[in-house]
Every structure is written in C-alpha cells, then in structure tokens.
Ligand binder design. Structure first.
Ligand code: G3P
Ligand code: CA
Length: 266
C-alpha cells in the first residue's frame, strides 16, 4: 500500500462540535487530524469569518444575511447551542467555554494553526468570491501575509491551501501570490480535464466523494499529471477505506477521529 491519505477536518471536528467554532478546530487537532478545513465570508465591515452559509440562521441564534452584519454584531450571537443546547446540560462541568463558541475570525484560526505545536494544514474555501470583485481574495492575501503564508520565504512551507469551486477565484489568488497552493473543487469533471490535467494555476484536484466513487480511475490520472487528489466529504468507514485503496491523498471529513482511527487499521 502507498502513502496513507491525510485527514482534513471539515469545518473542524464538526461531528461532535458546532461547526467552524474554535472548539471544533481544537478538538480536530487533539484527535490527530493532519489539517483543518474552513469556509470564509466577508462581514459588512470587511473581516473574514469562518461560516459556511450565506445566512446565519442555521448555525447561530441570530437571523439574517452575514454580509450585511458587522463583526461586532456577529460576535453578539451564540454559535454553539444549535448543536447541543446549553439549556439541556445538567452538569456544570459540561458547560462549554463560551469563548470557544463565538463566531470565529480567520485571523484566530490562523493563529490556532500557527500555535498548534505541530504542522497542521489549513484548507480555506472562498465562498461565492465572484460577488465581491476580488475583495475576498485581497483580504485573504492580507491575512495570510500577516503570518508569512501567502508568499513563503525560500526553504519554508506554507500550511495553506486555498480551495474553491471557482477557477477565477483560484486564478486571482495565484496571480497575487504565485507560491500558494490551490485546490479546484469539483462536483463534475469538465470534459477537457477528464485526463487528470487541471487548469493553469491549480495545484490539486478536489473532486467530491461521489465523483471518485463513480470514477476511481480519475485518481491515477490526476497523479500521472502530478496533481494530488483531495476528496470531500468522506464520513463513512467504508468510504474512508475505499479512499485509501484508490490512493486518495487527502480526505476531508466531518469525523476526523473516526478517519484517523480507520486509516490506522492494518
Ligand atoms: O471541502 C469541500 C467542501 O467543503 C465543499 O462543500 O458545501 O461543505 O463547503 P461545502
Ligand atoms: Ca467548505
């Protein structure tokens, strides 16, 4: 068997913690994930925060469209109890650290990766980047530059991979920061890239689990072109094993603990 896939925790350890919270990311690091995944969105006052949906209704106790709210407004909401209502907890000891349940800024997540005590990858997905005419990408590069991760110095490696369904977004990132690694997310493979090649400026392929299940031969094809294959979202044990068999490089999972344990099986 070749190298084991690396495990990237999708929205943190989001099977047991509220997604995109510091608690979810700390847990993923604790259980041995090789990397973390997050989605980023722009607030009305120009901060990048880690949230998946356009609206905040599903993952907080607030309502409305995220991009119309300031960071201070977003910080006033509870981003944790939708997953496990605090009101149901009898035991004081079980009460979560509320600081870990706030809306998470990208900056805090970058600092968490830097301070993890071991190398941890961070896959950052830009959501609907075309709506903001490149502003998301500019803010993202500024944030990464504060850590020296957009343009890593010779001999150093950036833990960052920028992911998007939008080739335009990845191209903008690479034009501004040519050393950054990028992943093109795909729920279908365009005809001209079925041979495993990728558009200029894209480092890695990011097919869905459904795609590689239907076309396992795609993994070898991408490898022949020198591209790693990052597959999302792999949660069932049988799929984790199958990804290992077909030589997937990275599996993105809501269940990092299960994925790490399953991959450790002989
Ligand atoms: O890792 C890629 C995956 O996160 C894309 O789908 O909707 O979960 O952001 P979504
Ligand atoms: Ca995502």
């Amino acid at each position: 068997m070749g190298k084991l896939p690396r495990v990237v925790a999708h929205r943190g350890a989001s099977d047991v913690n509220p997604e995109h919270t510091l608690a979810a990311y700390r847990r993923a690091i604790e259980v041995g994930a090789d990397g973390l995944e997050c989605d980023v969105r722009l607030t009305a006052d120009g901060h990048l925060v880690c949230v998946h949906d356009r609206r905040i209704d599903r993952t907080s106790n607030g309502r409305g469209v995220l991009s119309t709210m300031s960071l201070a407004e977003l910080e006033s909401f509870d981003w944790g109890s939708w997953k496990r209502p605090w009101a149901d907890l009898d035991d004081e000891a079980e009460l979560p650290d509320l600081d870990e349940m706030k809306v998470l800024t990208l900056d805090t997540l970058l600092a968490t990766v830097r301070d993890a005590g071991r190398p941890v990858e961070l896959a950052i997905e830009t959501k609907h980047p075309t709506r903001y005419a490149g502003l998301v990408e500019r803010r993202l590069i500024e944030a990464l530059d504060r850590y020296g991760w957009a343009r890593p110095k010779l001999g150093t490696e950036s833990p960052i991979r920028v992911m998007s369904f939008s080739w335009l977004s990845l191209r903008r990132m690479r034009t501004a920061a040519p050393g950054l690694r990028t992943v093109l997310l795909m729920d279908r493979i365009p005809l001209r890239f079925r041979d495993g090649s990728l558009p200029t400026g894209v480092s890695y392929a990011g097919p869905s689990l459904e795609l590689v299940t239907a076309h396992p031969e795609y993994v070898d094809r991408a490898h022949k072109h020198g591209h790693q294959v990052h597959v999302w979202t792999v949660n069932a044990e049988e799929d984790i094993r199958r990804c290992r068999e077909i030589g997937v490089d990275v599996l993105i999972s809501d269940r990092p603990e299960l994925a790490v344990r399953t991959l450790a099986e002989p």
